[in-house]
Ligand binder design. Structure first.
Ligand SMILES: Cc1ncc(C[n+]2csc(CCOP(=O)(O)OP(=O)(O)O)c2C)c(N)n1
Length: 309
């Protein structure tokens, strides 16, 4: 996997995996729709899209078991959709309509569903993930805790307290870092001394670096890493060099047009399209239609009601 070469293999001799491509395009169209809905005043609260980063949770998806616990962050739509394939529930959540995953009180950033929890508070998820990993270890239940965090979140002290205990107790914790080179408006290079690999090394935690966006190749590379954590090998940090194509949240992109264009050079979307334009167009059309129909259905519903028990 070479940075910039993006997609070179995408599957095996059988060609592109249609399920993977469908997930990628479903999330892409979901996120584009979210920005449109926000502009039309139809969303509750704020929202952060994962445009450009969709391939990260899609690559990890089949490596995770239903009982594994996933902790997500403010940029979590892709994490949720790759795990549950439920754009309608998430849309209902974000628009406060019937059928919402959390009755519409969680919105874009705060979702709880079974073995999935997201938070908009940077760094908050790591100590909770460590507690969950400790629970897996103590009870002997099979499972790992997976926490997605951005590069900017490595400025939070709670991350280090969590890593310390995870390493000391050899917990089944996988930290997935989506290093998109920027935290809101601050380039990583202006906020981080050293690097993430060095910080993992300080705790004796395995660090794996992933570049490129070839889902099949990434999955093959990470399968043994996840397995090692699952079978008592201790925590691991998997760092993706990824690219944020959209604004931080809605319209707040302080990067120049040239900087954003440079990020777009790495877009999996173009790379996958070049591999098989006909198949790509067909799947893209299906997913565009799927999301548009979901929006129509959700917006036609009454407001969701939160009943406290
Ligand atoms: C404790 C805390 N401090 C500040 C914020 C405001 N905030 C939201 S997202 C963000 C930047 C996060 O950057 P990074 O971790 O790199 O993730 P990215 O947005 O790039 O995906 C900040 C500072 C917050 N949500 N929580």
């Amino acid at each position: 996997m070479k940075e910039g070469a993006a997609v070179s293999v995408a599957g095996t001799d059988a060609g592109i995996d249609v399920d993977d491509l469908s997930s990628l395009l479903m999330i892409r169209h979901f996120e584009q729709t979210v920005l449109d809905l926000f502009a039309r005043g139809l969303l509750n609260g704020t929202t952060h899209t994962c445009l450009g980063q969709e391939y990260v949770p899609v690559a990890l998806g089949p490596l995770l078991a239903p009982d594994d616990f996933v902790f997500s962050n403010h940029r979590g739509h892709g994490h949720y959709l790759a795990r549950f394939d439920d754009p309608e529930g998430l849309l209902a959540e974000m628009t406060g309509r019937e059928g919402a995953v959390c009755s519409g009180v969680g919105g874009s950033q705060h979702i709880f569903r079974g073995t999935y929890l997201s938070t908009g508070v940077q760094g908050e998820s790591l100590p909770v993930a460590v507690g969950t990993a400790l629970w897996f270890q103590r009870t002997g239940r099979p499972g790992i805790a997976v926490a997605y965090i951005g590069d900017g979140t490595w400025g939070e002290g709670a991350v280090y307290e969590a890593l310390n205990l995870a390493a000391l107790w050899r917990l089944p914790l996988l930290v997935v870092v989506e290093n998109n080179g920027i935290a809101q408006t601050t380039p990583t290079a202006r906020a981080m001394a050293g690097d993430i690999a060095g910080r993992a090394a300080a705790f004796g935690i395995a660090h794996v670096s992933v570049t490129g966006s070839d889902v099949a190749a990434i999955r093959a590379r990470l399968a043994p890493v996840v397995e090692r954590t699952r079978t008592g090998g201790g925590p691991a940090v998997v760092e993706f060099a990824t690219h944020r194509l959209g604004p931080h949240s809605k319209g707040d992109d302080t990067r120049s047009a040239a900087e954003v264009a440079a990020e777009r050079e790495h877009d999996w979307h173009d790379a996958y399209r070049r591999l098989d334009p006909d198949l790509f167009a067909k799947v893209e059309d299906e997913q565009r239609t799927r999301i548009a129909e979901a929006v129509d259905r959700v917006l036609a519903r009454p407001a969701s009601v939160w009943e406290r028990s």
